[in-house]
Design a protein around this ligand. Structure first.
Ligand SMILES: C[S@@+](CC[C@H](N)C(=O)[O-])C[C@H]1O[C@@H](n2cnc3c(N)ncnc32)[C@H](O)[C@@H]1O
Length: 263
């Protein structure tokens, strides 16, 4: 994304100092305190208000903010009423078979939603995110989560790192984790409102993750038991060796590359 298509702004002067700091760190312009509905020359804002850091489209009648959220909303509901170890992602990662808590390396962390589900199921997670903007959103969500009594125990199992996972994985001796989990961007046509809103904001910032085959190859080299790739249900597999098995859900599919039996 070019610097003119994203800018930092805030809803109250109380956040001005943090807005300037963030703009400096991310080399973005800072529009200071403004009303996003009145902005016409920047399509998306990195927006700071009392609810935290978010991506917010500008103009009238645009969708609400998108943020990394671990306390309320969908994440909060899922934490309280989640589907447990019967969920497809739990099966894909191998939680039912494992006798000990698994360490999962989520090498495409995004807004941390999948990682949070796995943390809720007892996994220890290392999260890697290469987009500095998405990393900032995720770091903010984790900080807010750490301050909430219900989310804090889960968030404590999620350790966030910045950088390109391909380099991160290749430059460290393996095995790096029991399971390496990948969910790269894919140009799919999911019609659900939430996915559409998040993807419309995400894609110009992170791109299409065209290097997913290199990431898969690196992961296969350094995972202890398996690599799990999340794909849209009808999407082709990532270029490379074929998965050992696939689990299909309503809209997603998990391609499982088994390396060794889980303990
Ligand atoms: C579809 S999103 C992941 C969503 C995530 N599973 C969730 O539940 O919120 C893909 C993310 O992976 C990141 N990503 C893709 N390839 C990466 C790489 N090689 N290293 C680090 N991050 C990567 C992108 O920047 C993007 O934020």
């Amino acid at each position: 994304m070019t610097s003119s298509s994203l800018a930092v702004a805030c809803g109250d002067s109380a956040f001005l100092e943090r807005a300037h700091q963030l703009a400096h760190e991310l080399s973005l312009p800072c529009l200071e305190c403004i009303d996003p509905r009145r902005v016409s020359d920047v399509p998306v804002l990195l927006w700071l208000d009392e609810a935290g850091l978010a991506l917010q489209m500008t103009g009238r009648k645009v969708p609400g903010p998108v943020r990394a959220e671990f306390v309320s909303g969908k994440a909060g509901y899922r934490r309280e009423h989640g589907g447990g170890a019967g969920q497809l992602v739990a099966k894909a990662v191998g939680l039912k078979r494992a006798s000990e808590p698994l360490h999962v390396l989520d090498a495409t962390a995004g807004l941390g939603q999948d990682a949070y589900v796995l943390a809720g199921l007892g996994c220890e997670l290392t999260l890697l995110e290469r987009s500095p903007v998405i990393h900032a959103l995720l770091a903010d969500g984790l900080t807010r989560g750490a301050g909430d009594e219900h989310a804090a125990p889960l968030v404590a199992r999620m350790r966030l790192e910045a950088g390109n996972s391909i380099d991160w994985i290749q430059t460290r001796p393996g095995p790096l984790a029991d399971v390496i989990y990948l969910d790269p961007m894919f140009p799919h046509r999911d019609k659900s409102a939430l996915v559409k809103k998040e993807m419309a904001l995400f894609r110009p910032i992170v791109g299409d993750d065209d290097d997913a085959p290199d990431l898969l190859a690196a992961a296969l080299d350094k995972a202890r038991y398996r690599v799990v790739v999340k794909r849209p249900r009808k999407a082709p597999t990532i270029d490379g060796p074929p998965p050992t098995t696939q689990l299909e859900g309503k809209s997603s599919r998990y391609d499982i590359y088994a390396l060794k039996a889980l303990p």
